[in-house]
Design a protein around this ligand. Structure first.
Ligand code: 13P
Ligand code: SF4
Length: 310
């Protein structure tokens, strides 16, 4: 078929026709953020998916996020504009290897970051996101040993914040590991008034230069509330679109990657485009599916998270 001239109004019409809701993560390209019904961090998006009355959820984000929406909504059609929109962090934790890791640590409670596949969720006791990880670990009795998967950087940050000893799965996010400590320091010297802020998926060498660490939603809120006029932002730069919208008078500098040729945009998130969003809605595909066994097993730790972070 042919693309309509005005994709924005064509998507609006399809939204009505399908009774669809478009949920978008902050790392999506600006046009997608602007057409979305709801934008948020992973926890806010999971809650929005849980509460929607729409028949169709169009997920403008990555595969594990759309899967999470499906886990919470088995009867709804969940569309992901590009099925290849994966996640290096989720991919760093294959189910077979994780099952062996779990078996090697009996009596451990498994707390998994939401950035993992439905299979990993199904092997977990509690899910967390970057906005509630500390709060959730703090609610677990001190004597209970814990496996934290798959992000070693968030895991290390939670260990520091809670004083707990966690057994970490050694996964990481390609995007948050590309930031250059050296270039961040140079930027801080060149912009002494700027406040450096970072996502906890960054390495310790970057986190130590940040005066505020939080999920995308927490970073966004911080920029609005802080008295600073300038920020060095160490996370995927898609969030800067919202920062600039909510605080137009402030200045946001994306933290630079180590290699000048590298890009600090998430290659998976950016696979979604307005065109693919249109075709997904028009053709009602690609759809997220999973076996009911996996879904039910993955739902339990998701529900525990939602209860514990209410
Ligand atoms: P949050 O938006 O929950 O902070 O997650 C960041 C991220 O890397 C999502 O892939
Ligand atoms: Fe995964 Fe990192 Fe991309 Fe988030 S930013 S989707 S954690 S690769």
């Amino acid at each position: 078929g042919q693309l309509p001239l005005d994709l924005f109004s064509a998507i609006e019409s399809l939204k009505k026709e399908l009774n669809a809701v478009i949920l978008a993560h902050y790392y999506q390209e600006p046009d997608i953020q602007d057409i979305a019904d709801f934008i948020g961090d992973s926890l806010q998006l999971a809650k929005a998916a849980q509460n929607t009355s729409a028949d169709v959820i169009v997920f403008a984000g990555v595969h594990f996020m759309a899967e999470t929406a499906k886990i919470l909504n088995p009867d709804k059609l969940v569309l992901l504009p590009d099925l290849n929109a994966g996640c290096s962090l989720a991919d760093s934790c294959p189910p077979k290897e994780f099952a062996a890791f779990k078996a090697a640590h009996p009596n451990h409670l498994v707390v998994s970051y939401i950035n993992c596949s439905a299979e990993i969720k199904a092997m977990s006791d509690i899910i967390c996101t970057s906005s509630n990880a500390v709060k959730i670990v703090e609610q677990i009795p001190k004597e209970q040993p814990i496996i934290f998967a798959p992000d070693r950087n968030l895991g290390r940050y939670v260990m520091e914040q809670t004083g707990r000893d966690l057994v970490l799965w050694q996964g990481s996010c390609v995007v948050h590991e590309t930031f250059s400590e050296k270039k961040i320091v140079e930027l801080k010297i060149a912009h002494p008034q700027a406040e450096a802020i970072a996502h906890p998926e960054c390495e310790t060498s970057v986190l130590r230069h940040a005066s505020f660490i939080g999920s995308t939603a927490a970073l966004l809120k911080h920029c609005q509330n802080s008295s600073a006029e300038e920020f060095i932002v160490a996370t995927e730069p898609g969030i800067i679109h919202q920062m600039q919208k909510l605080a137009p008078q402030k200045r946001f500098i994306p933290a630079p990657p180590i290699n000048n040729c590298a890009c600090n945009e998430c290659p998976f998130m950016r696979l979604n485009t307005l065109e693919k969003l249109y075709w997904a809605m028009k053709n009602r595909t690609p759809e997220i599916t999973m076996s009911e066994d996996i879904r039910l097993a993955a739902l339990r730790p998701m529900q525990r998270m939602l209860e514990m972070s209410a």
